[in-house]
Design a protein around this ligand. Structure first.
Ligand code: SF4
Ligand code: FES
Length: 245
């Protein structure tokens, strides 16, 4: 079994100075980065704090920064990274302890974008309004994979670092999903919220969020689409007034 050198960030709270603890651990060929953390916990760092739940890349709770890049630690193999690991908590979020961060600011930003589906008044609430797959409405919707709230994009976004009021890539990506859903009635209100001063136009299209998303989502693409929708919204409203449905 190969020996791996693992450095982990230790920190008792957000106020504490950062320090790194380094150990060698023996891991199998199929070990994930999360397995390396378990090996540390079983051995030299029994009090090491980190988050995980499903261990199969579905819950998003094990995201951390590994050798400078955001990763789902349960889904990335140590052998694909190398013999030396440096594991840090997600950036742009306060550290609770060691590798565990407080996700409150991430979800609070999401809450500011009117994140709940609000069905149109003319839809029958007892039925599910299905869109035919060959309809224009269906094709205009966002068909990216489903987000798992891991926070990797929020951590990688330098605009979040510079402007803590910026809602961040995940919230904007999710807002687009609702804005382009014809069954939702809050399109204009939500569009106003997410394209304001702390919204889509803050994005400089650097693409860090797209590069780190473990689900292959491109929040960058969604944000660009939001910008275009915001520019066209006054014309859309004008046409709707002139040619009511
Ligand atoms: S968009 Fe991707 S990186 Fe961002 S929270 Fe969702 S799954 Fe994670
Ligand atoms: S533990 Fe659930 S995604 Fe890694």
């Amino acid at each position: 079994m190969p020996k791996i050198t693992v450095s982990v960030q230790r920190r008792a709270s957000d106020q504490d100075a950062r320090s790194f603890e380094t150990h060698e651990v023996e891991l199998s060929d199929k070990a994930s980065v999360l397995d390396a953390l378990f090996a540390l916990q079983r051995g030299p760092c029994p009090d090491l704090a980190f988050r995980f739940s499903c261990r199969v890349g579905m819950c998003g709770s094990c995201a951390m920064v590994v050798n400078g890049r955001e990763q789902l630690t349960c889904s990335v193999l140590v052998k694909d990274i190398g013999n030396t690991l440096r594991i840090e908590p997600l950036r742009n979020l306060p550290v609770k302890r060691d590798l565990a961060v407080d996700m409150k600011p991430f979800f609070a930003a999401y809450q500011r974008t009117l994140p709940n589906f609000t069905p149109r008044d003319d839809l029958d609430p007892s039925d599910f309004y299905r869109l035919p797959l060959d309809s224009k409405e269906w094709k205009a919707m966002s068909h990216q994979p489903q987000c798992i709230d891991c926070g990797a994009c929020y951590s990688a976004c330098t605009l979040v670092t510079l402007h803590p009021r910026y809602v961040g890539p995940m919230a904007l990506h999710r807002a687009l999903n609702l804005i382009v859903d014809p069954r939702d009635k809050s399109r204009s209100e939500r569009l106003n919220l997410v394209t304001g001063e702390a919204g889509a136009f803050r994005c400089h299209t650097l693409g860090n969020c797209r590069d780190v998303c473990p689900r292959g989502i491109s929040p960058t693409h969604s944000i660009e689409r939001l910008k275009r929708l915001a520019v066209w919204e006054p014309f859309r409203k004008m046409f709707a007034r002139i040619f009511p449905a």
